[in-house]
Every structure is written in structure tokens, then in C-alpha cells.
Design a protein around this ligand. Structure first.
Ligand SMILES: NC(=O)c1ccc[n+]([C@@H]2O[C@H](COP(=O)([O-])OP(=O)(O)OC[C@H]3O[C@@H](n4cnc5c(N)ncnc54)[C@H](OP(=O)(O)O)[C@@H]3O)[C@@H](O)[C@H]2O)c1
Length: 346
């Protein structure tokens, strides 16, 4: 039986990947710090949890043992992380490192975390320039995230080991640490009469279902190689299309308040804001034989279902941990919206 090890495996990407690989007949081991986060459904399907902190190189090595047919690293953020992964990658048939499309820069050097928004002008291919690598940067900062990912990518790719670097867009799926779709699900649960969208909801920031990432990981596993691949949904929905998709899935109707550039910039904000479209070109993955699990509409249903059940308290308190960090507050400023509507009416 082929064995896969998923480092940081009990989260969004790891769960989807484990489910997919188990269905395809793999033995799957998942690492994490907290055994309580191991999904019962995966344990029941034969997956094993291994406690190993990513910062403990010995524990990560022990989890890999003599190597695996596939190693997936969901926690490789820096060159130092990559250096820990490298000997495991050399001993394994195929390794997938989860990087990010945040590494790309446009002709003016702007990236998705810049103050000035990037303008790529067309779908981004893997040969698009990236940020300069930062071997010692702060990967948790806006400037450091992409630069540290590039440094990690280079350690792995320069080694010649069979490592596939994946550069996903904005990932969606059940158990997301920051489920962006909540901004629209929450509005439906609150029976809001209107959805507000800045720039008429036309912004596009590439999405990717964890299920599509998992499909690409399986493709890379059966075709080991040293390469970089984008990971994206087959479509690239706009903010307006995402709002409509979610309202449709939840059988809700609302007025769409499509704001133009003159509107209060605090109104109509959402997590897919992008002054210029950000779309990933998937030609390279498709050439390798990747078949997506589904488009945005098909795949986002799993996350919407999970969010409604978590909000109803059916998934345990852990499922809502992300609610407390304030990230969603600027997207759900109902008082400001009500004032706008009252002024309009009055
Ligand atoms: N989400 C996105 O939109 C997005 C976009 C592009 C790229 N990415 C990349 O995707 C990766 C994150 O994957 P994900 O979204 O699946 O993450 P996730 O949902 O946050 O899951 C992370 C997993 O790693 C475990 N973990 C966290 N810290 C750990 C540590 N120090 N040692 C061992 N285990 C640890 C967590 O469990 P415990 O906490 O119990 O340990 C959990 O199982 C990152 O490399 C990120 O750069 C994400």
C-alpha cells in the first residue's frame, strides 16, 4: 500500500487531501500538535495521527520514517522549514510543498500583499517573476510571507529532489482556519435584506477548493517531478458571483447594492478585493493530467454546509475559533449599511 505523510494534516488542505488519497487506496498519516483535531471520519477510514510539532525537526523526521511514497508539507513557510523537509524529500518518491500565489510580482514589483495592488494584465503562469527570496524574513508579515515562501521553494527546487511546489489561490473548504465565505453566509443567517459590494462586485481574486488542491496533489504524487504548478478552481468568480452563489445555495434573496468608486470605501468590502483581476493559469497542471474536482459553485457547497452547521453549534466550539480574531468585522458593518440605506430612503 502506498503511504502518504501530510505535515500539518488536520487542517483545511490536509483533510481534503487525506480523504482523496484514502479513497484512492493510500495509507495516510497526518501530523499536527493536537490529536483532538484529528477528524474521526479520517481515523475511521484508516488514517493515523502522529503528534509532531513542525518546529521539532527530529519529530518531523521520525514521522517520515524511511521516507514515503508521498510527503505533503502544509507548513513550509521558510528556508529553514524547507531545510528540514529536504532530507525527507530526498528519501521519498514524491513531495508536494504548499507555497502560495502571493509569491508573484507584476512588472512594477507589486504583489497581493503590497500597499499598491498588483496588475498582472493576464492570467498568471508559473514563469511569472516572483518576489526576491528572503532567507531570514518574517513570514508572518505582509512583505515577508511571499518572500519567505520563495526562499523555501528555492531550497527545495535547487536540490533536484522530486518536489512539486504548488502555488494556490485563496483556498476554500470545510475547516478553513479563515473561511472567507463566512461574510456572505453570515449575512444570510442574519436575514440581511441587502448585500453591499464595492466596485460593483467585479473584483476577482482567484479561488481554489481544497478538493481541487487535493486532486492536483494526487496528480503530482503519481507523476513525481521537480516543478512549480499553480492551483486554482477552473473558474475565477468575482465577488458578485461568489455572493450570488452563496445566496443561491442557501435559498436566500437580497438586494444587491453595487457601489461605484465614489462610495464610502468602508462599504461593500469583502475578502476577494483585488483592484485588478488575479487569475491563475492552470495550463501546466492540466498538461500533467490534473482533472479538477469541480468548479467554484460545485465545490464551495461543502464549505457553506460546514459553515451553517458550525454556526448552529453542530461542529463543536473549535469549528468557530476564527470568529474571535476580528478579521470579519470590517466586512460585516451592518450599522454603516443601514445608515446608507436610511439616507437613500430619506
Ligand atoms: N488558506 C489559504 O487561502 C492559503 C492560500 C495559499 C497558500 N496557503 C498555504 O496553505 C498552508 C496552510 O494549509 P491549511 O490552510 O490547510 O492550514 P490550516 O487549516 O491552518 O491547518 C494547519 C494544520 O497544521 C497543524 N499545525 C499548525 N501549526 C503546527 C505546528 N507548529 N506543528 C505541527 N502542526 C501544526 C494544525 O493543527 P494543530 O494546530 O493542532 O497543530 C493543522 O492541522 C500554508 O503553507 C499556507 O501558506 C493557504
Amino acid at each position: 500500500m502506498r503511504r502518504a505523510l501530510i505535515i500539518g494534516g488536520t487542517g483545511l488542505i490536509g483533510r481534503a487531501t487525506a480523504s482523496r488519497l484514502i479513497a484512492a487506496g493510500w495509507q495516510v498519516d497526518l501530523t499536527g500538535r493536537d490529536a483532538a483535531r484529528m477528524p474521526a471520519s479520517l481515523t475511521a477510514a484508516g488514517a493515523r495521527f502522529i503528534a509532531a510539532d513542525r518546529s521539532d525537526a527530529g519529530a518531523v523526521r521520525a514521522a517520515a520514517g524511511d521516507g514515503a511514497d508521498l510527503i505533503v508539507d502544509c507548513l513550509c513557510y521558510t528556508a529553514a522549514d524547507a531545510a528540514v523537509l529536504l532530507p525527507l524529500a530526498r528519501a521519498s518518491a514524491s513531495t508536494v510543498m504548499i507555497s502560495a500565489s502571493a509569491v508573484y510580482v507584476d512588472a512594477a514589483g507589486r504583489h497581493v500583499n503590497s500597499d499598491a495592488p498588483p496588475d498582472f494584465g493576464k492570467p498568471i503562469r508559473e514563469d511569472q517573476p516572483t518576489m526576491a527570496p528572503a532567507a531570514d524574513g518574517d513570514y508572518q508579515s505582509r512583505e515577508g510571507y511571499g518572500a519567505c515562501k520563495v526562499a523555501a521553494e528555492q531550497v527545495l527546487l535547487d536540490s533536484g529532489a522530486p518536489v512539486t511546489v504548488l502555488r494556490p489561490g485563496k483556498v476554500h473548504g470545510p475547516w478553513a482556519a479563515r473561511p472567507r465565505e463566512w461574510v456572505f453566509v453570515k449575512r444570510v443567517l442574519d436575514r440581511r435584506p441587502a448585500v453591499f459590494l464595492a466596485r460593483r462586485g467585479a473584483d476577482v481574486a482567484q479561488t481554489v477548493a481544497a478538493a481541487n488542491l487535493a486532486a492536483l496533489i494526487e496528480t503530482a504524487a503519481v507523476r513525481p517531478g521537480r516543478r512549480i504548478l499553480n492551483s486554482a478552481d477552473p473558474d475565477a468568480p468575482s465577488g458578485l458571483q461568489i455572493a450570488r452563489t452563496i445566496a443561491g445555495l442557501l435559498h436566500h434573496s437580497w438586494d444587491e447594492v453595487l457601489l461605484d468608486e465614489t462610495a464610502d470605501p468602508a462599504l461593500g468590502r469583502h475578502p476577494w478585493e483585488a483592484r485588478f483581476p488575479i487569475v491563475l493559469d492552470m495550463t501546466a497542471a492540466l498538461r500533467l493530467g490534473y482533472v479538477p474536482a469541480g468548479d467554484y459553485l460545485t465545490t464551495v457547497a461543502a464549505q457553506v454546509e460546514w459553515l451553517t452547521s458550525a454556526a448552529a453549534g453542530l461542529q463543536g466550539a473549535d469549528a468557530l475559533a476564527w470568529l474571535s480574531d476580528g478579521y470579519f468585522d470590517p466586512f460585516l458593518d451592518y450599522a454603516r449599511e443601514d445608515n446608507y440605506l436610511a439616507e437613500l430612503a430619506g
